[in-house]
Ligand binder design. Structure first.
Ligand code: UTP
Length: 625
């Protein structure tokens, strides 16, 4: 039950004189808001003729807020009042619940079992739709652009959005050239720049209609425990708004009709992922394979998590009435919950050196039929929460306005009993999860505290690590890594800068088929960039320097400089449709240097957040015609 409305006048001095010019729709909405105690929104209105444009502006905004929240503004206010009351009273959302470790698969990246599951996932990919949540502000990173436009790594300069789209195109190609759908959730903060990025690059090769943008709206801020909507300090004709969180994606997939359309088109799985984890498609196909093998309705891709590590834990909860659910429990809630129930020591590592509760990385594979049924049940409005910063212990006033939020990973909270919820852990974190979230300063302090820095630096270095270790596991001789320090992050491992497009290889099997790894050597400081899809490497000795294998009509990153200088360029052309074969190639040139930035050195924003710049001195380029 929502708490009672403190005062709900139906007559408001400032407003009533203005009613005559308002539309019937506006009057109806205003009366609904008055009944919810929101008279303060209109109490300051001057008589008709004064500031009428401002009044219209406020009414238009209220109509917009009303239309963009499932159930409308009244529902939002009622939900807020209930959650604010619970928060004030310190209600424990897990009261009476007993936690246990959920079921799932723990995989070693690249092991025979992993590869078997990846194979199954690739085979099932023709039934997959994809959803990228990219509406976040990225305040922690502090990058002025949109995060999906950031380069994943500096060797090729490929941005996150290109990498994701090419990964989906590569999986589609293996499903007979099927255009697997991708929905991108944007927000006012990211929408226009995402559209521009896509248009500038012809949707990175996606087919017309393959990519759909769905934009989330902000929600109204709340100024107190009675859920009074907050007006902007400097503009009393505008309600203050803030993002509602990535959980909006479910409501939008429902209201846009996309989820239902995918189901009717025969898609079986929907895969969710976030904006800056370049490694996601190194693990996602195996997770799809796990979903297939266990027929999971919900499968969370996860990583090992140290006890008490500040990352949500996938946890099975048994409610007092015997119902079960498997959900993400925030780390600061897990420890007290364990202490109060099954383990007085709380969240502790087991023999593996990790907590038995895996770490949630917000990448999900959901069975589309279950997902759509659930969306129809609740419209995609999932468990919301509120996190007010109180002015003092009395919890009667806030330091600043708050708002309701929701998280994508809370979707399973309301699933019916009997739903199969599991996880897929990839034991090697660096192979599955290395998001770019933190500014250099925050990254350094996280690293000092023994945590992952989750920075642009670690994102790039982990990408090379994963690629080099993949080649090594297939039998290549890869030298390194070299110790490195960038942006105050010490003890880093800088592997040879090896990168390839997913269009070249999107799985272990494909890489093994295209590269005779046993005949490949890559030197410690070498760089290898493969952008062409149709390449066959029979033998290669990349002793030192840079080798770029560029695709049709592509100008590989940095190629321009080397071509112009006429340095060490070798063209090796192939017939259309036939692979470009690299056989017996020995490469040795001055190459590219990853040069640490000195503190007062001028640098681009992309370089600054990494702590290095790439000096491209010389390279060898092979290009398909
Ligand atoms: P993050 O936790 O990285 O949050 O979001 P953020 O808002 O982008 O960054 P900070 O907290 O301001 O530093 C995880 C994923 O959810 C998306 C982000 O774009 C990212 O892919 N997201 C987040 C949304 O799509 N909408 C939101 O309202 C919030």
């Amino acid at each position: 039950m929502a708490a009672a409305v403190a005062e709900a006048p139906t007559q408001v001095a400032g407003l009533d004189a203005n009613r005559s010019w308002m539309s019937a729709e506006d009057v109806e909405l205003v009366d609904r808001l008055l009944a919810e105690g929101q008279a303060h929104l209109f109490a300051h209105w001057p008589t008709p003729g004064e500031r009428d444009e401002d009044k219209r502006r406020l009414l238009a905004q209220l109509r917009h807020l009303d239309a963009s929240y499932a159930g409308g503004l009244v529902k939002y206010i009622q939900n807020a009042r209930k959650l604010l009351q619970d928060s004030k009273e310190g209600v424990n959302p897990f009261e009476g619940c007993v936690p246990s470790v959920p079921e799932g698969e723990k995989l070693d990246w690249g092991s025979p079992h992993f590869r078997e599951l990846e194979r199954a996932g690739v085979a099932a990919a023709g039934g997959c739709a994809f959803v990228l949540v990219a509406g976040g502000l990225g305040e922690r990173l502090g990058y002025s652009g949109i995060k999906v436009a950031l380069p994943v790594e500096s060797a090729s300069g490929t941005c996150f959005l290109q990498l994701y789209i090419e990964s989906i195109l590569a999986l589609g190609a293996k499903a007979g050239g099927k255009a697997l759908p991708l929905a991108i959730m944007t927000s006012d903060d990211t929408h226009q720049r995402t559209v521009e990025l896509l248009e500038r690059h012809a949707y990175f090769g996606a087919a017309p209609g393959q990519v759909t943008l769905i934009k989330q709206e902000k929600v109204a801020c709340l100024s107190d425990n009675d859920a009074h909507l907050a007006l902007l300090g400097g503009d009393p004709f505008q309600v203050q708004t803030k993002p509602h969180g990535h959980g909006d994606v479910h409501m939008l997939l429902h209201s846009s009709g996309l989820a239902d359309r995918w189901l009717s088109e025969g898609f079986k799985w929907v895969c969710f992922f976030q904006d800056t984890n370049g490694l996601v498609f190194r693990a996602l196909p195996a997770a799809i394979g796990v979903s297939e093998a266990h027929s999971y309705d919900v499968n969370s891709l996860a990583v090992p998590r140290k006890a008490k590590e500040a990352i949500g834990a996938i946890t099975r909860l048994t409610y007092p009435d015997g119902r079960h659910t498997t959900i993400n429990v925030e780390y600061n809630q897990l420890d007290p919950l364990l202490r109060a129930t099954i383990n007085p020591q709380g969240d502790v590592n087991d023999d593996s050196g990790f907590s038995p509760f895996p770490g949630n990385i917000n990448q999900l594979v959901l069975k589309l039929s279950t997902y759509c049924a659930e969306l129809h049940r609740h419209g995609g409005v999932i468990a919301e929460f509120v996190n007010p910063k109180y002015a003092d212990a009395s919890k009667t006033a806030f330091k600043s306005s708050t708002r309701l939020e929701c998280m994508m990973q809370d979707f399973p909270k309301s699933l019916p009993e009997g739903t199969r919820v599991g996880f897929t852990v990839v034991n090697q974190v660096w192979a599955a999860y290395s998001p770019v979230k933190n500014s250099p300063a925050d990254a350094a302090s996280k690293a000092q505290g023994g945590n992952s820095s989750h920075s642009a630096t670690s994102g790039e270095l982990d990408w090379y690590t994963a690629n080099c270790k993949m080649l090594q596991a297939l039998g290549a001789r890869v030298d390194g890594p070299r110790p490195a320090e960038f942006n105050g992050l010490s003890g880093l491992e800088l592997w040879p800068r090896v990168t390839w497009s997913p269009l070249f290889a999107a799985s272990w099997d494909e890489l093994a088929a295209k590269v005779d790894a046993a005949n490949v050597h890559i030197g410690e400081d070498a760089a290898l960039v493969i952008q062409a899809p149709n390449v066959r490497i029979k033998s290669l000795d990349l002793q030192q320097g840079a080798l770029v294998i560029a695709g049709q009509g592509q100008q590989a990153a940095g190629a321009a400089a080397a071509v112009a200088a006429g340095e060490g360029q070798q063209q090796q052309q192939a017939e259309q449709g036939e692979p470009l074969v690299v056989d017996g190639l020995v490469v040795s040139n001055a190459g590219w240097e990853w040069q640490a930035l000195s503190p007062d050195e001028g640098a681009s924003e992309e370089e600054y957040i990494r702590g290095f710049r790439v000096v491209k001195k010389e390279q060898q380029t092979l290009a398909t015609p």
